[in-house]
Design a protein around this ligand. Structure first.
Ligand code: 0O2
Length: 207
């Protein structure tokens, strides 16, 4: 398998999608001084990780492009839980990519405690040999969800998927704390918005 050749379109797709999703953030910041997007990152799945997942899932290498949906991966972080669906709506409404699957691990968190919203899109990439449809997974999550997932991911790597029971318990408690942090932050935001509305209404009444 010539990995460089096989992965080149995925690299290109990640680069283009990073620019497109990042464009939303800049547009919102300029137009509204506020954005549902905090940051956008992307990566092409490392070869070792592709081989490990293909082996675990029984995916033949010849079927990677259709059966491994996260060869191209984007991650969008948001400050608040409410922002997540705003980002998902923006992705759904785009005409330059097509949503093929959504997984809501926020309503239904994973057993590990993982929370995130995954959108798999089919992205038509223009290549030297014509258009190639690339699957890309966009993970949308809050900063708190991201903090938790990053730590859990590195612990999984460290323990090769066999995290000791006591560490697992702590991780579940940490996931609960991250959930509460998201809730508290949403409430604070609500209060600020209400106060702002009250303030601008008062100003209009006085004029
Ligand atoms: P990477 O690149 O190391 O992040 P599966 O991997 O079989 O559980 P599936 O069906 O391929 O899942 O897709 P799913 O459920 O959408 O998960 C894909 C990606 O979501 C994972 O990629 C992780 O990035 C993230 N994810 C899912 N579950 C967890 C979890 O419990 N903890 C953390 N930290 N991340 C999770 P990979 O394959 O792990 O690759």
């Amino acid at each position: 398998m010539e990995w460089d050749v096989f992965l080149a379109p995925y690299r290109q797709a990640v680069d283009e999608l990073k620019v497109k999703l990042g464009g939303y953030r800049d547009f919102y910041r300029i137009a509204l001084r506020d954005s549902p997007i905090e940051s956008v990152t992307g990566r092409v799945k490392p070869v070792a990780s592709i081989l490990e997942k293909a082996g675990r899932r029984g995916i033949p290498l010849s079927q990677l492009s259709t059966r491994m949906q996260d060869l191209a991966g984007l991650r969008v972080t948001c400050q608040f839980v409410d922002d997540i669906m705003k980002v998902v709506e923006m992705i759904r409404s785009r005409t330059d990519m097509h949503v093929v699957e959504e997984k809501d691990y926020i309503k239904e968190k994973k057993e590990s405690g993982y929370r995130s919203y995954h959108v798999v899109v089919q992205y038509p990439l223009q290549t030297i040999t014509g258009e190639k449809k690339i699957l890309a997974e966009i993970q949308v999550r809050t900063l708190a969800m991201n903090f938790w997932a990053t730590i859990e991911h590195s612990l999984n790597y460290k323990y090769q998927g066999n995290i000791p029971a006591d560490v697992k318990t702590r991780l579940l408690r940490a996931a609960e704390a991250a959930f509460r942090l998201d809730e508290e932050m949403s409430q604070i935001r609500e209060e600020i918005l209400t106060a702002q509305q009250h303030f601008s209404q008062k100003k209009t009444d006085e004029e």
